[in-house]
Design a binder for this molecule. Structure first.
Ligand SMILES: *[C@@H]1O[C@H](CO)[C@@H](O)[C@H](O)[C@H]1NC(C)=O
Ligand SMILES: *[C@@H]1O[C@H](CO)[C@@H](O)[C@H](O)[C@H]1NC(C)=O
Ligand SMILES: *[C@@H]1O[C@H](CO)[C@@H](O)[C@H](O)[C@H]1NC(C)=O
Ligand SMILES: *[C@@H]1O[C@H](CO)[C@@H](O)[C@H](O)[C@H]1NC(C)=O
Ligand SMILES: *[C@@H]1O[C@H](CO)[C@@H](O)[C@H](O)[C@H]1NC(C)=O
Ligand SMILES: *[C@@H]1O[C@H](CO)[C@@H](O)[C@H](O)[C@H]1NC(C)=O
Ligand SMILES: *[C@@H]1O[C@H](CO)[C@@H](O)[C@H](O)[C@H]1NC(C)=O
Ligand SMILES: *[C@@H]1O[C@H](CO)[C@@H](O)[C@H](O)[C@H]1NC(C)=O
Ligand SMILES: *[C@@H]1O[C@H](CO)[C@@H](O)[C@H](O)[C@H]1NC(C)=O
Ligand SMILES: *[C@@H]1O[C@H](CO)[C@@H](O)[C@H](O)[C@H]1NC(C)=O
Ligand SMILES: *[C@@H]1O[C@H](CO)[C@@H](O)[C@H](O)[C@H]1NC(C)=O
Ligand SMILES: *[C@@H]1O[C@H](CO)[C@@H](O)[C@H](O)[C@H]1NC(C)=O
Ligand SMILES: [Cu+2]
Length: 550
């Protein structure tokens, strides 16, 4: 796949790249050192200058490049007024759970003026992954959408009112909104291609709250990789990508340079009841010829792509079905064939009563919440991994997370009249090497909605998906155990379900949450504890000495 002809272009750059290992013998594993100075930087977009949190002053942030087998040592120094942590999204973190990054799950935050060294290896993964802040809404400015308001103020206001947060003002391609926004024409991403060449585009949905359709006018894309796993290549004009997912596509430029420019466009796929940022970010695909650096493009006709209607769930489900593992001899799909533990989780919205000191504004003194199996997760005051490692879970978490919904109902039909959820810090404990089957079922409480669920520490195989309620008798025989896609983030279909399998072969505490940040804030999250195995190599090593304290 990595031919010398490929040009690498990145559409959202705050990424973590993993180059395929060519031969283990010839390429010594190396340690690559990076320093992330987290600091404020003034950035101007849409005629507004805003001081935002950045890494090394860059928006989008810097790129990390590694080769399979390498060790990454990244020193993160916090120079801003907020607590901070960084997550290496999709990295397996084999026996390095202390470096995973979600605040209050695997570490206490790095406080102002402090630093922490993330130290981990990249094993058995190749393609595009990314990194982002993993606390409150700080990942917004490191890359992703553009908000005129301060995103920390936006989420704080929403948590106080108990209502939906304000929506973003623009989507961006590599931090650039493009000409469909006011005062933004000069901030347009341009992809200049040479006739006849093939380009690899690394797509990352870094938006906070919106799944996106992506397309380039008059050009077919070939999907070759998803979440750092090779897929059976397939052609498409439109890519669907949820927050948290990455997709590598090949773009072949025409042999004869056309006398035209082509719009690159992305806008949301949205299914939920709340309003969303329904704007379109655009960039331009332009052809270079060999003689001049660029064709004169002032009067070139401009072609625009056609994107599906914003709520096209039929397209979404069809697209997701096409994404299959390459599953060949060199890159096999190691789908667990037997199941030790089965779980059925409902995911969706609900309400919670306002606590006494809150002035929340939902109906009957309630706030909007989100839950998994009716439990809205409450962030602990100390990191779960530390509490687990030190055997000090008392007062921090309980291990009674329900394996099944407490009440059975028609999940995608008329919701129950009582839409109250409960809150708690509950986890599931799994013995080392358990093979797990997990069905995630959307509910229609408040409104059916597609939820991109992200699991830390593992890739899972998406063995099935469907509309309506999962049928434990009729659906499992149809599961694909041959070449299902393996990834770290799965879109639970709006008003439907998705079935996942994974092998719990990595001891630690692993967060699972909706990657729509608004739903995470409302509690659509939980954690798995994977116990140590018996063998010396199957135990989580002790924490590094600089692990932040709460
Ligand atoms: C951003 O601009 C403001 C106003 O010009 C200035 O006071 C502030 O120091 C700048 N901040 C940074 C981080 O450059
Ligand atoms: C990173 O971890 C490795 C393996 O535990 C260790 O040898 C190395 O000293 C660590 N590096 C830093 C900078 O902490
Ligand atoms: C959210 O939007 C409302 C209505 O436009 C506005 O009054 C409020 O200030 C905004 N909140 C933030 C934090 O920007
Ligand atoms: C651009 O500005 C005009 C005039 O201020 C306003 O009517 C329009 O809604 C704005 N468009 C966008 C996309 O914000
Ligand atoms: C682009 O596609 C449109 C619609 O299919 C077609 O009319 C147009 O001729 C194409 N333009 C180029 C330069 O290929
Ligand atoms: C979103 O924008 C598209 C056009 O870009 C429009 O057709 C659609 O109705 C809008 N949807 C909503 C919910 O505003
Ligand atoms: C332009 O470059 C391509 C590949 O680099 C080559 O095949 C082609 O012959 C060149 N065309 C001209 C007109 O020089
Ligand atoms: C999508 O939105 C349109 C326009 O609001 C609506 O008529 C249609 O019923 C919606 N489709 C689905 C599948 O929700
Ligand atoms: C609020 O409570 C009243 C009385 O219990 C009930 O009749 C009403 O339906 C409730 N409203 C909502 C939106 O739940
Ligand atoms: C659940 O509700 C949907 C929508 O109202 C309905 O079509 C379906 O038949 C119901 N399923 C069951 C098992 O009652
Ligand atoms: C969720 O928990 C609340 C609080 O215990 C309860 O009132 C409600 O019936 C439960 N709902 C479901 C669907 O399990
Ligand atoms: C930062 O984190 C520490 C440890 O959890 C906490 O005590 C402190 O209140 C937090 N500070 C801010 C500004 O959130
Ligand atoms: Cu969600």
């Amino acid at each position: 796949m990595a031919s010398a002809l490929l040009r690498v272009v990145f559409l959202v750059v705050s990424a973590l790249w993993i180059l395929p290992q060519i031969t283990l013998a010839k390429h010594a594993r190396v340690t690559r050192h990076y320093k992330f100075n987290v600091k404020l930087q003034n950035v101007t977009r849409l005629c507004q200058t805003k001081s935002i949190v950045t890494v090394n002053g860059q928006f989008p942030g810097p790129r990390i490049i590694a080769r399979e087998g390498d060790r990454l040592v990244i020193k993160v120094v916090n120079h801003v007024q907020y607590n901070l942590s960084i997550h290496w999204h999709g990295i397996r973190q084999l026996k390095s759970g202390w470096a995973d990054g979600p605040a209050y799950i695997t570490q206490c935050p790095i406080q102002t003026g402090q630093s922490y060294v993330y130290n981990f290896t990249v094993v058995g993964q190749r393609g595009t992954l990314w990194w982002h802040a993993h606390i409150s809404w700080l990942r917004a400015t490191v890359h992703g959408d553009w908000w005129k308001a301060d995103t920390e103020a936006v989420i704080n206001q929403a948590m106080q009112t108990g209502l939906a947060p304000n929506i973003s003002d623009a989507h961006t391609i590599n931090g650039l909104p493009g000409p469909l926004y006011n005062c933004s024409a000069k901030d347009t991403f341009k992809l200049k291609v040479q006739p006849g060449k093939t380009y690899l585009l690394r797509l990352i949905n870094a938006a906070l709250n919106d799944e996106m359709f992506f397309s380039i006018a008059n050009h077919t894309l070939t999907v070759v990789e998803a979440d750092a796993v090779y897929v059976k290549p397939f052609k498409t004009n439109i890519v669907l990508i949820t927050p948290g997912q990455t997709t590598n596509v090949l773009l072949t430029a025409r042999h004869k340079p056309p006398h035209a420019s082509f719009v690159i466009a992305a806008r949301p796929y949205a299914t939920g009841p709340a309003s969303f940022d329904n704007t379109t970010t655009t960039g331009l695909l332009e052809y270079k010829n060999n003689k001049t650096s660029s064709l004169p493009n002032t009067k070139l006709p401009l072609f625009k792509p056609k994107l599906p209607i914003f709520n096209d769930t039929v397209f979404a489900m069809k697209f997701n079905k096409k994404v299959r593992s390459l599953a060949n001899a060199r890159f096999p799909a190691k789908v667990p064939k037997t199941v030790d533990r089965r779980f059925f989780f409902t995911v969706g919205l609900g309400i919670l009563p306002c606590s006494k000191n809150e002035k929340c504004q939902g109906p009957n003194n309630t706030r909007v919440a989100a839950a998994v199996n009716n439990v809205s997760f409450v962030m602990p005051n100390t990191a779960l991994l530390q509490a687990h490692f030190l055997n000090q879970s008392k007062g921090v978490f309980t291990t009674d997370f329900p394996a099944n919904p407490p009440i059975k109902f028609n999940y995608t039909g008329t919701p129950p009249s009582n839409i109250m959820v409960k809150s708690g810090t509950k986890v599931v404990v799994l013995p080392f090497n358990s093979s797990v089957e997990l069905v995630l079922q959307d509910t229609s409480i408040i409104g059916a909605e597609s939820h991109p669920l992200h699991l830390h520490g593992f890739n899972f195989f998406i063995v099935g998906q469907g509309v309506g309620n999962f049928d434990p008798k009729k659906d499992p025989p149809k599961f694909n155990l041959v070449d299902p896609i393996e990834r770290n983030t799965a879109g639970v279909p709006s008003g439907g379900w998705v079935a996942l399998r994974f092998l719990a072969d990595n001891p630690g505490v692993w967060f699972m949450h909706c990657h729509l940040e608004v739903h995470t804030s409302w509690g659509l999250k939980m954690a798995w504890i994977v116990q140590d195995g018996k063998h010396r190599n199957h135990k989580l090593p002790p924490p590094p000495s600089d692990l932040p304290k709460c």
